[in-house]
Design a protein around this ligand. Structure first.
Ligand code: URP
Ligand code: ZN
Ligand code: ZN
Ligand code: ZN
Length: 478
């Protein structure tokens, strides 16, 4: 006898679409057939689309931000918000602060996450202090233990690595088969632009966009890709904002490089004009993130990239700071210069509905491509496929049931995060998650999170598919 049967399901995966029933036992999919037989729990999916649960490979939760700043979401509220938005696995970052051993870092994040996850969870490590001990011993040991990806930054005073350090990290990644996610913005160019803008009295949040120009993103992307070629390692360029960085990625691919790229909701529905706020005022801080949203032509470029395979994954870069909060966007100094506004915006709950509506409902991408970008490819890229990221016998029963016709106006009052605003307030979308199922258990139905913060588990990962023979050809970028 099955635990659960989903009847009348229109099943959509990255490569297929068909009508069938799904049988679930002990948290896994055990049958996909015209009739899977009797089950304790019946779910009628008539009129709904059943897709793999979303995998959000880029989420910041409870990440230390320096003196006086606190992220709006910890594991409990962040994963609750993920569940409500149809996401069943999140990959938050475990930040190494200078002087910390990487084991200390992951232990601290495990302690923070334990018993507080509504969805499954797995960490990427942010490397800020690549000492010989870290690169020679700690990192190899952790990759072997399943922490098979890390992020490096080319900007931010507290996080930036220089070129020599980037090369050393890439070298370890090649040897250990780890995926490096690169935040590609040039630190010195940003500092130069920030000083010039401040000298000219241009300090409103709007000028954050000018201080992080596309040229700085393009230059750093080129530099990261050149370093990856020199060290012969596949890397992932994260949160790509527009055509300039995309062109560098396409250039490297033409040279035969295996590499991956990510973009995010803010680059398809926001522009730098949002940073103006109401009248060049502090409201604009609600949209301050890095890289910043660009313009309508950049949005068009991003759509081309989502269609043509330049982008492999679509993540939220959920990085929430409360607006009306002296430990958030309103931190001391933020009103005197954009430089002090914490960078990042919330979006773990709205990621899937925005891409569903702007992509599928508006006819820009297929439903199959949506699944590839939001679930299957992130699972392959970060070593959890086919346990997660698809609908197949033996896979975890992580599913999202979509009402493809439901129209919703996104609003803060609907959302489940602990941030006090959404940058997507008022955005009308078509398509909304009706039910989220984590390993066979319904954790959200009809907008209510019904699960408990003990439902989620830590997911140990294997190697990225980037290190499989031939993955570049048959693999995630199709
Ligand atoms: O502004 C952003 N994106 N903040 C989050 C940190 C990062 O760089 O991803
Ligand atoms: Zn980043
Ligand atoms: Zn590729
Ligand atoms: Zn981020």
């Amino acid at each position: 006898m099955l635990d659960t049967a989903i009847r009348n399901a229109t099943i959509i995966t990255a490569g297929d679409r068909f009508t069938a029933q799904i049988g679930i036992r002990d948290g896994r999919i055990t049958a996909i057939a015209e009739d899977v037989g009797p089950a304790v729990e019946q779910i009628d999916a008539t009129g709904l689309w059943v897709m793999p649960g979303g995998i959000d490979a880029h989420v910041h939760l409870e990440q230390p931000q320096g003196p006086g700043i606190v992220m709006a979401d910890g594991f409990e509220s962040g994963t609750r918000s993920a569940a409500a938005g149809g996401t069943t696995t999140v990959m938050p970052f475990a930040l190494q602060q200078k002087g910390q051993s990487l084991r200390e870092v992951v232990d601290a994040y495990h302690a923070a996450a334990r018993g507080k996850c509504h969805v499954d969870c797995s960490f990427h490590i942010i490397i800020t202090d690549p000492t010989p001990q870290v690169l020679g011993q700690e990192l190899p040991a952790l990759v072997k233990a399943g922490y098979s990806s890390f992020k490096v930054f080319m900007t931010y005073d507290d996080l930036v690595l220089n070129d020599a350090e980037l090369l050393e990290v890439f070298d370890v990644a090649r040897r250990e088969k780890a995926m490096v996610m690169v935040h590609a913005e040039g630190h010195d160019a940003i500092r130069y632009m920030t000083r010039r803008l401040e000298d000219a009295g241009r300090t409103a949040p709007y000028y954050h966009a000018a201080s992080h120009p596309e040229i700085a993103e393009r230059e750093a992307t080129h530099r990261a890709l050149s370093h990856a070629e020199l060290t012969d390692v596949p890397i992932t360029i994260v949160h790509v904002s527009g055509r300039e960085a995309m062109e560098q990625i396409q250039w490297a691919k033409r040279r035969g490089r295996k590499l991956y790229a990510e973009t995010c909701p803010q680059y398809i529905v926001l522009t730098r004009d949002h940073l103006k706020g109401l009248n060049m005022d502090f409201e604009g801080a609600k949209y301050v993130c890095s890289p910043p949203p660009r313009d309508l032509a950049s949005q068009q470029a991003i759509w081309e990239g989502l269609r043509d395979g330049t982008f492999d994954i679509f993540s939220s870069d959920h990085c929430p700071f409360r607006f009306e909060d002296p430990q958030g966007k309103s931190v001391e100094g933020a009103r005197t210069s954009f430089r002090w506004v914490p960078n990042g915006i919330p979006g773990v709950e709205t990621r899937l509905p925005i891409l569903f509506s702007e992509g599928i409902a508006k006819g820009r991408i297929s439903a199959e491509r949506f699944v590839a970008l939001t679930a299957t490819n992130p699972a392959r890229l970060f070593g959890i496929y086919p346990r997660k990221g698809t609908i197949a016998i033996g896979s975890d029963a992580d599913l999202v049931l979509w009402d493809p016709a439901r129209k919703v106006t996104i609003s803060q009052s609907l959302l489940h995060h602990d941030c006090d605003y959404t940058p997507y307030e008022g955005l009308e979308v078509t398509g909304w998650p009706a039910r989220t199922i984590l390993r066979g258990r319904t954790i959200m139905a009809a907008g209510k999170v019904t699960g408990a913060p003990t439902d989620g588990a830590y997911v140990d990962r294997g190697f990225s598919e980037a290190f499989d023979q031939g993955a570049g050809d048959q693999g995630i970028d199709g």
